[in-house]
Design a protein around this ligand. Structure first.
Ligand SMILES: C[S@@+](CC[C@H](N)C(=O)[O-])C[C@H]1O[C@@H](n2cnc3c(N)ncnc32)[C@H](O)[C@@H]1O
Length: 611
């Protein structure tokens, strides 16, 4: 997560004072994906089977014409290839040139004959001339802002330098990789093994950092295959340096600021925990092909039976009966489906079966086996694939969610009524305002989107719907909110009775409530009504009385602030923490018109903090 403050000067305004930018680490190294090497160094790139051990079926390389080139990736590639290559970007090689036999190393007729023999296949005459790509050696010379290695390969005489993106590799690595996909301006390859690894001494203008792989640091058995994490093979301080470099590049290349206006990027603030910190994960699963609706056996009208009757005759739950006896255990042997439940595999569009996720909290990892087993056992009950929710939650002394009662009863009990989350159509929840954390603190895992989650940041307790946004790295929340407070630097000339804070995109009130004691009045705005209801509830349970929360789009915020609240810009601090896509242009226009005294911009995607 990047936390720059003092945003770039908006168009038409005097340049922003040269400020400081900092990154706070703690993203899901999205954040968020190796095998046994072909030779000496274990990268954990994908297991390469000895030729005789397995049938080798080389899939044809896919060519996908991209709709638009990611400008950040384009910049990273051209920095490696040299900007003299820019003309090639306006006239990219054709599909035929990319896929043509002269482009990539060829498998000769002997290879094809050998493979056919191994696979027990008959060699057809046309196969003798069939061209297929095999793997090759690549030297990695750069790194994309998303953490993938960039190698350069001579495509043909017209394109002597062509970029190959190879995940899990680092500048300085010599690797074996198999090209799997071409895009219009570069190709993707999956790593097969490291031939020689990056060394500390390697730096270049395209990659100015000194990094060195240390595979003993890898804390997850899926690292190198799962698309979730990129940097586990690097010492943590080098991961932090990489994050800072990404922010520096973004400021230089995408902020629109003149070089003299570009702020210094401070050292990345480390996350107190590097594993076991993530409080939410959402693995998913697809239905096995055999169970997908069009493949299911057509429904026959079946006599309606009671659930008890079905249980008595061993046909399981009513849901199982939907599929016309397909699920019957009545004398038939059921086909077992080992459904992968997890995250996308890097380089391949398929799911990886994840039994544990070491970056998630212990409570989440404890809950995963039973939830996974339940899905696998009851896979026939699902009509389609789904995403599972695992969310870490502090245990409160009493059950915090109570059934809806009358308003008077609720008022008498000191309860506030909350609107249901967008996804749940259930009756409004009633939350207990007397929230006491179980001592010593205990964590559980919650999977129901409509349930209430409890977290603590310093002395402040936060509750929010399990299905709504809350920062995912609990260990970094105190340093993050402290950092934001330090950046505000209220000065003595700001009268205590005249200090206002606007928290745009406030969620369930994280910044409003952790900063409220420094301001006369605080106003938070958030588009998700459920989060707003919980923000109000959070101010109640923490006895914070100088905050008000409004449900609505931040784009409409300043009308309320200037007309209704009558707060002046020069007395108001603005915190902006938008979703990954960044702020809407209308909102930014209003910020410029309002001219707040200071702005703290919290961002999880530095590349959308431009504007
Ligand atoms: C990155 S989260 C930040 C939430 C909060 N500041 C926190 O740290 O917990 C962004 C929030 O913006 C909300 N949001 C998205 N679009 C919005 C809009 N147009 N106006 C107001 N809020 C919006 C989302 O619901 C989400 O809660």
């Amino acid at each position: 997560m990047s936390v720059p403050h003092s945003p770039p000067s908006p168009a038409g305004q005097p340049p922003a004072k040269k400020g400081k930018f900092a990154t706070v680490d703690g993203d899901f190294k999205e954040e968020a994906a190796i095998t046994e090497p072909t030779q000496d160094v274990p990268v954990q790139p994908r297991q390469r089977q000895p030729a005789q051990a397995k049938k080798t079926k080389v899939k044809p390389i896919r060519y996908k014409k991209p709709v638009a080139v990611d400008p950040v990736l384009k910049h990273d590639i051209l920095t490696v290839l040299g900007w003299s290559q820019l003309p090639a970007w306006t006239n990219p090689p054709s599909e035929a040139a990319l896929l043509g036999p002269r482009t990539w190393p060829k498998r000769g007729p002997d290879d094809i004959k050998r493979d056919a023999e191994i696979n027990g296949e008959e060699l057809k005459p046309e196969d003798a001339n069939r061209w297929e790509f095999t793997e090759s050696e690549f030297k990695v010379v750069g790194l994309t802002s998303h953490g993938d290695g960039i190698a350069v390969y001579p495509l043909d005489s017209e394109t002597p330098e062509w970029a190959i993106i190879i995940p899990f590799t680092l500048p300085g690595d010599r690797v074996r990789a198999r090209v799997t996909r071409h895009a219009q301006y570069h190709s993707y390859a999956e790593p097969l093994g490291i031939i020689s690894e990056s060394s500390e001494t390697v730096t270049s203008s395209a990659f100015p950092l000194q990094i060195k792989r240390d595979n003993s640091l890898i804390g997850c058995k899926y690292f190198g295959t799962c698309a979730g994490c990129q940097y586990q093979s690097l010492p943590y301080e080098q991961q932090l340096a990489l994050k800072r470099w990404v922010l520096q590049k973004a400021m230089k290349n995408f902020s629109g600021l003149k070089p003299e206006e570009i702020p210094d990027v401070k050292e990345t603030i480390p996350s107190p925990s590097q594993y076991g910190y993530r409080t939410k994960i959402t693995p998913h699963f697809d239905l096995p092909k055999q169970l997908q609706p069009k493949r299911r056996a057509p429904k026959k009208p079946a006599p309606v039976k009671s659930e008890e009757a079905m249980i008595a005759e061993g046909t399981g739950s009513a849901a199982e009966a939907m599929y016309n006896g397909q699920n019957s255990t009545n004398g038939q042997v059921q086909e077992e489906f080992d459904v992968p439940i997890g995250f996308e595999e890097k380089c391949r569009s398929r799911l990886l079966d994840i039994e544990e996720c070491p970056i998630a909290t212990p409570a989440i990892n404890k809950a995963m086996p039973a939830a996974r087993a339940d899905v696998k056992k009851n896979i026939r009950d699902y009509k389609k694939g789904a995403t599972l929710l695992f969310r870490d939650c502090l245990v409160v002394e009493e059950d915090d969610v109570k059934p809806s009662t009358t308003e008077e009863q609720d008022a008498a009990k000191g309860e506030v009524s909350l609107v249901p989350t967008k996804k749940s159509k259930k009756a409004p929840l009633q939350l207990n305002t007397n929230v006491k954390l179980k001592q010593p603190e205990e964590h559980i895992c919650v999977s129901d989107h409509s349930k209430t989650i409890t977290e603590r940041v310093g002395d402040i307790i936060f509750q929010f719907p399990a299905g709504s946004f809350f920062q995912n790295n609990a260990s970094i929340l105190r340093p993050l909110t402290d950092f934001v407070r330090e950046q505000i630097e209220l000065d003595a000339r700001e009268k205590e009775e005249d200090r206002y804070l606007v928290d745009a995109y406030c969620g369930s009130g994280l910044f409003s409530l952790t900063l409220a004691s420094h301001f006369t009045k605080v106003c938070g705005i958030e588009i998700d009504p459920a989060s707003i209801a919980y923000a109000n509830h959070n101010s109640t349970i923490n006895s914070i009385t100088n905050v008000e929360f409004h449900s609505g789009a931040s784009e409409t915020l300043f009308d309320a602030v200037t007309k209704d609240l009558k707060w002046a810009g020069d007395k108001t601090t603005l915190i902006v923490d938008p979703p990954r896509k960044g702020c809407d242009a209308g909102f930014l226009k209003q910020v410029v018109a309002f001219l707040p005294r200071r702005v703290v911009y919290v961002s999880c995607n530095v590349h959308t903090s431009k504007s």
